[in-house]
Write a protein that binds this ligand. Structure first.
Ligand code: ITT
Length: 200
């Protein structure tokens, strides 16, 4: 396949896009967000898994633009509450509810959970939809425990409550550079990049 002119990343989440740009900065192909590409679309994420939702987003934008399109579906799984909020992470308690409230709500729901019972992880699935119909996917996770209070002002979303014991801090206390080296998104992007390299 000829080297593509550009790759579209089908996300409307600017915080994700910042991390993605940093991780993919040396691929040598311009990466455009939906905004950069002038694509306005409201995609219904009605899949039952991160994989299904990532594929739905990537395919919809590839079909609209004819370009190779990547999409990220990600979220927080908290074991004590049956892996909630999971694929509903962005919609948990309503899209417009602040993350301060969402995070506090999760901390409150874990008030009786001790030690290992507080285990949780971020999951990220990246899908790539190619104009010839091929679909690739890659999954990355980062394991941690839910903290007893929010910590850190870096990152976004649920970062202040995922404490990573190995690093002695939450992902919200890490610099973006450090988070990207070990994060669910960093791992999934590295893997999808490897898979794309094999065929481009
Ligand atoms: P797009 O669908 O437009 O990409 P979105 O924010 O709706 O944006 P998702 O449906 O994949 O994306 O929801 C992901 C949510 O999971 C995100 O809004 C955060 O609440 C949470 N999340 C994902 N990655 C995260 C991270 O690295 N740090 C903190 N929270 C994260």
């Amino acid at each position: 396949m000829n080297k593509p002119e550009k790759i579209i990343f089908a996300t409307g989440n600017e915080d994700k896009m910042k991390e993605i740009r940093m991780i993919l900065k040396d691929v040598g192909i311009p990466i455009e967000s939906l905004k950069d590409a002038g694509v306005e679309v409201d995609i219904v994420e009605d899949g039952k898994t991160f994989e299904e939702n990532a594929i739905i987003k990537a395919k919809a934008v590839m079909e609209m633009t004819g370009c190779i399109t990547l999409a990220d579906d990600s979220g927080l799984e908290v074991d004590y509450i049956n892996k909630e909020p999971g694929i509903y992470s962005a919609r948990y308690l309503g899209r417009d509810t602040s993350y301060e409230e969402k995070n506090q709500n999760i901390i409150d729901r874990l008030k009786d959970a001790k030690g290992d019972e507080r285990s949780a992880r971020f999951v990220c699935v990246i899908a790539a939809a190619l104009p010839d119909g091929r679909i690739l996917t890659a999954r990355g996770t980062i394991e941690g425990v839910i903290g007893y209070e929010e910590k850190g002002h870096n990152g976004f979303g649920y970062d202040p409550i995922l404490y990573v014991p190995e690093y002695g801090m939450t992902t919200g206390e890490m610099t973006m550079e450090d988070k990207n080296k070990i994060s669910h998104r960093g791992k999934a992007l590295t893997e999808i990049r490897r898979k794309l390299k094999e065929i481009l």
